[in-house]
Ligand binder design. Structure first.
Ligand code: AMP
Length: 216
């Protein structure tokens, strides 16, 4: 299974991506996670990316396009879920060309739709598990952990993302509307798009997504 997942910041992509990769036994290729790990390891790519990420801005297309191929190729036989890429039409045309060169067939693109007002609430109250192998996501108001600051699932410390404050969120939402929504249209016109509402409870969104994937 080779999938993409799209949706604005706060749509619940990370949570649903975890379900999808577990259910279908595929690799989770999250460009946000890859970049955060490059930053944590102090690599040259991490240094470049950090200055953009800290502002909530998009990392330039040439940097992203140069990075993605090797990750995709690593998982071409076991399958993958691309999460957070492509985010611009330039990235979409790059990955479409790459798939066609390497004869990789994309099964479908999932899009989670959520109204802007709800996104702001979700993001500014978002806390997630600092343990990379876990990555559980909580909301300090609507879905807090049993013990403050501690992950229910693995006991690691919880943290907020440095790009989750209201000001940076505004930039990220503007980028999404301006640059990423056209990518949704691009895959719709290719007949690959499957959309679900992300406004319900996590389990309901998951059921809707699973039902879509089973149609592929
Ligand atoms: P995410 O975890 O997907 O929200 O990504 C966190 C940050 O990483 C974004 O706000 C961007 O700065 C950067 N990033 C991740 N994926 C991409 C991409 N495909 N294109 C440009 N920047 C990206």
């Amino acid at each position: 299974m080779k999938l993409m997942i799209m949706g604005p910041p706060g749509a619940g992509k990370g949570t649903q991506a975890k379900h999808l990769v577990e259910e279908f036994g595929i690799a989770h290729l999250s460009t946000g996670d890859i970049l955060r790990s490059e930053v944590a390891n102090g690599t040259e790519l991490g240094e470049t990316a950090k200055s953009y990420m800290d502002k909530g801005a998009l990392v330039p297309d040439d940097v992203m396009n140069a990075m993605i191929g090797e990750h995709v190729l690593k998982h071409r036989s076991d399958g993958f879920l691309l999460d957070g890429y492509p985010r611009t039409l330039d990235q979409a045309s790059c990955i479409d060309g790459f798939f066609s060169d390497k004869e990789i067939r994309l099964d479908g693109v999932l899009n989670i739709k959520v109204d802007d007002g709800l996104l702001v609430d979700r993001i500014v109250n978002r806390i997630s598990c600092g343990n990379k192998g876990c990555g559980a996501v909580y909301n300090s108001k609507s879905r807090p952990p049993a013990k403050e600051g501690v992950c229910d699932e693995c006991g690691a410390a919880l943290k907020s993302r440095s790009d989750d404050d209201a000001e940076k969120l505004k930039t990220r939402l503007e980028n999404y509307r301006e640059k990423t929504e056209p990518v949704v249209g691009h895959y719709r016109s290719k007949g690959l798009l499957h959309e679900v509402s992300g406004e319900g409870a996590i389990d309901a969104v998951w059921e809707a997504l699973r039902a879509e994937v089973q149609k592929f």
